[in-house]
Write a protein that binds this ligand. Structure first.
Ligand code: GDP
Length: 218
């Protein structure tokens, strides 16, 4: 093979290693914001994580960073209304944890405030490279998720679906939900076609997600 040709296997292995190193470093909670003005300056690449309350977002962030206490995990949906910001001293990357949406009992005022904040963030963040949209593998895409996809498509923010809790379903069900979600994504202009299937509980797909994120920095 000539030097100009890249072996895809080598590239994948390199990205996995880069992803492993990126998240082997300590990540810290920097701040929680309820107003866009208090976000840190757009001085580095950002990736954001969004999903319905209870989708497993905190667990995924903890699995990604290998730090159990980093993001709070709880069974109290709708509690966190802030955008939580995580940084690492040694990485030109910022992780943005968006407040969970779709909590049925949330008062309308709170939902409106959430929608405003997220819309502003999605429209006004030039350094936002990708949103990872978490979908519970047992439930697939719900109406509230579709509304977020609408927002992302309108804002032309690239997003990628991460299926969560795949340890809770069988192989057949995983194939089914992957096909269904894939068909939806194919019609969505800003959606990235590849789906990452994860289980924070078992560690499945975490190395792939880290590699995907490392690829956004190259
Ligand atoms: P969040 O509200 O989106 O931050 O969700 P959490 O991370 O707090 O998770 C909600 C619930 O799902 C908790 O009871 C977690 O223990 C559980 N959970 C999260 N990820 C997984 C997973 O990969 N597998 C299983 N079996 N349970 C999970």
């Amino acid at each position: 093979m000539s030097a100009s040709e890249e072996d895809p296997d080598d590239k994948n292995a390199a990205l996995r290693e880069a992803g492993r190193l990126l998240f082997a470093r300590p990540w810290v909670f920097r701040l929680g914001v309820v107003k866009l003005e208090t976000l840190p300056p757009a001085d580095r690449i950002e990736i954001a994580f969004a999903g319905r309350s209870n989708v497993g977002k905190s667990s995924l962030l903890n699995a990604l960073t290998g730090q159990n206490g980093l993001a709070r995990t709880s069974n109290t949906p709708g509690r966190t209304q802030e955008i939580n910001v995580f940084e690492c001293e040694h990485a030109d990357l910022r992780l943005i944890d968006m407040p969970g949406y779709g909590y049925a009992a949330a008062p309308k005022g709170k939902v409106d405030a959430w929608t405003r904040l997220i819309k502003q963030y999605l429209r006004g963040r030039p350094n936002l490279r990708r949103v990872f949209l978490l979908i519970d593998s047992r439930h697939g895409i719900k109406a509230v998720d579709a509304r977020i996809m609408d927002m992302l498509d309108v804002s032309a923010v690239s997003y990628q679906v991460v299926l969560t809790k795949i340890d809770k379903i069988g192989v057949g069900a995983l194939e089914e939900v992957t096909a269904k979600v894939g068909a939806v994504l194919a019609k969505r202009p800003a959606a990235f076609p590849e789906i990452i299937a994860t289980s924070s509980e078992k560690g499945t797909g975490i190395a792939e997600l880290r590699a995907e994120i490392a690829g956004l920095l190259t």
